[in-house]
Design a protein around this ligand. Structure first.
Ligand SMILES: Nc1ncnc2c1ncn2[C@@H]1O[C@H](COP(=O)(O)OP(=O)(O)OP(=O)(O)O)[C@@H](O)[C@H]1O
Ligand SMILES: O=P(O)(O)OC[C@H]1O[C@H](OP(=O)(O)O)[C@H](O)[C@@H]1O
Length: 182
């Protein structure tokens, strides 16, 4: 039997670059299982690879116990399919794009959770969200207002600052995914 793979939650404010860094890790680390989230958002071109479902379908899957963990944010529901998390059992490292507000619940479920916190200055967040153009100006302001949400103080986190050149952010992110040397 293989040892249990590691499990990583990538968190941080909207615009910090979580999806961008995760996509870079997908190329650099083909061994990683990157959880494909189920979200009650219409499928969009570009950005995160997720499964878009209706509220009804989300609720149905939740009732059937298909999600290891789920949460609400930005008026949307997000779920992590249990079947993908279970890849850990085969010794594979698993990574998911998480919510700071749902980290307490995540740690209850995965006591060995490794948290990677991605950050960038708030003026940079706003510029990036406006350039990305996925949300309205009002939605962008609502997202910026969540920028100050803290990771629970008791949790150890690995910080990845992605406020400047993307290549630097990617290097830092890949380093955070490496096993710690004894
Ligand atoms: N280091 C960087 N330099 C310049 N632009 C960046 C950098 N990192 C990410 N971006 C851009 O910023 C925007 C936001 O990045 P991304 O969508 O990855 O953020 P996110 O943290 O996943 O946000 P959300 O939580 O809203 O999904 C994207 O358009 C992305 O291309
Ligand atoms: O603000 P907090 O609670 O950390 O995160 C809330 C949610 O916002 C982001 O989703 P999206 O990719 O922007 O839809 C995160 O991935 C998370 O699911």
């Amino acid at each position: 039997m293989s040892a249990l793979g590691r499990i990583f939650a990538v968190v941080g404010p909207s615009g910090a670059g979580k999806d961008t860094l995760i996509e870079a890790a997908r190329k650099a680390r083909p061994d990683l299982v990157i959880v494909r989230r189920v979200i009650t958002r219409p499928a969009a071109r570009g950005g995160e690879d997720f499964e878009g479902v209706t509220e009804e379908e989300f609720a149905r899957r939740r009732r059937r116990g298909e999600f290891a963990l789920d949460w609400r944010a930005h008026g949307l529901r997000y779920g992590l399919p249990e079947a993908q998390i279970a890849e850990r059992q085969a010794g594979r490292d698993v990574l998911f794009n998480g919510s700071r507000a749902a980290l307490e619940a995540a740690v209850q479920l995965f006591p060995d959770l490794r948290v990677i916190r991605v950050s960038a200055p708030s003026e940079v967040l706003r510029e990036r969200l406006m350039a990305r153009g996925r949300e309205s100006a009002a939605d962008i302001e609502a997202r910026i207002s969540r920028a100050a949400i803290e990771v629970p103080a008791a949790l150890a986190v690995m910080d990845v600052v992605n406020g400047g050149a993307l290549a630097t952010g990617i290097d830092r992110f890949l380093a955070a995914l490496q096993p710690v040397r004894a």
